[in-house]
Design a protein around this ligand. Structure first.
Ligand code: ZN
Length: 276
């Protein structure tokens, strides 16, 4: 489905806030299977597992060479997360007047998994350009956010069925938010005004419920947040594993609004003032 909303909604606030010339507005991503646009706000949304589209010429993966374990072969979609990421982006814009950077998969995960290192992400040469587009765009956006704002937050949107009504946190137990913790202390990761503290205060059930407890090893952060968060890219990253009941068509607007409120507050507390 086309989303013309973005081309129209994006250009005006981007130019108004940054004053950048028109040629700085984003080009289309190089792959038709990736939705992406730049923003004017130090938050990057990524949704790698929600897509539904076939990739012509690419057979479904069979799990060849993928070692078993918590991050083993899993070719199934995170149902509803493509729509949820769209709704979060729109809700953030409604709440803040600013547009987050955005990268979302249109392709079905059975053809490639962009939340894996390339050697485990795809099995067919035709899938490589799609992988490279998703990850290359995301890496470029992380660098751009770091350069423009001095810091930033990547939110990687997923869904899970283990705790249906709960959002599970994935930060590799704090590693992917190392820069945040260095600047603001542990409370910025595990306190009431941490991102998950804010989600909880906004009415979403969160895991770990005690925010300083260990994350679930199945959902504690995949290759995307571990690559871009807390290290060389100069930004932090959190994997959001939404319980599936939070990502149904009926639930998405309410979920998105709660996430946007947390994003807005988090931005005020930790991102807006680069001197803090
Ligand atoms: Zn996922």
């Amino acid at each position: 489905m086309a989303r013309p909303r973005w081309s129209a909604a994006f250009a005006v606030p981007f130019l108004a806030v940054t004053g950048l010339p028109a040629q700085e507005t984003p080009a289309s991503p190089e792959s038709p299977f990736v939705t992406a646009h730049k923003g004017n706000f130090p938050v990057i949304l990524s949704a790698p597992h929600g897509g539904t589209e076939d990739v012509p010429g690419v057979p479904p993966r069979r799990g060849v060479g993928i070692p078993p374990g918590t991050n083993g072969f899993f070719p199934f979609r995170d149902v509803g997360t493509e729509e949820l990421a769209d709704a979060i982006a729109a809700a953030v814009e409604a709440k803040t007047g600013r547009v987050p950077f955005f990268v979302s998969a249109k392709f079905h995960r059975k053809y490639l998994d962009v939340n894996r290192p390339p050697e485990f992400a795809y099995e067919h040469a035709e899938a490589k350009p799609v992988y490279d587009c998703y990850r290359g765009t995301l890496a470029a956006y992380c660098k751009e956010v770091r350069k423009k704002y001095g810091r930033g937050l990547l939110l990687d949107v997923h869904a899970q069925g283990m705790m249906p009504g709960t959002v599970m946190r994935g930060t590799a137990d704090g590693k992917t938010v190392a820069l945040l913790r260095q600047r603001f202390g542990e409370k910025a990761h595990t306190g009431p005004d941490s991102f998950f503290g804010l989600l909880g205060k906004g009415g979403l059930a969160v895991f770990p419920a005690r925010l300083d407890a260990a994350e679930d090893p199945m959902f504690n952060g995949g290759h995307i947040v571990r690559t871009y968060g807390g290290g060389d890219f100069g930004i932090d990253a959190i994997q959001l594993e939404f319980g599936w009941t939070l990502a149904t068509p009926k639930a998405v607007p309410g979920t998105a609004k709660k996430v946007a409120a947390a994003v807005d507050r988090f931005h005020q507390l930790y991102l807006a003032d680069p001197k803090k």
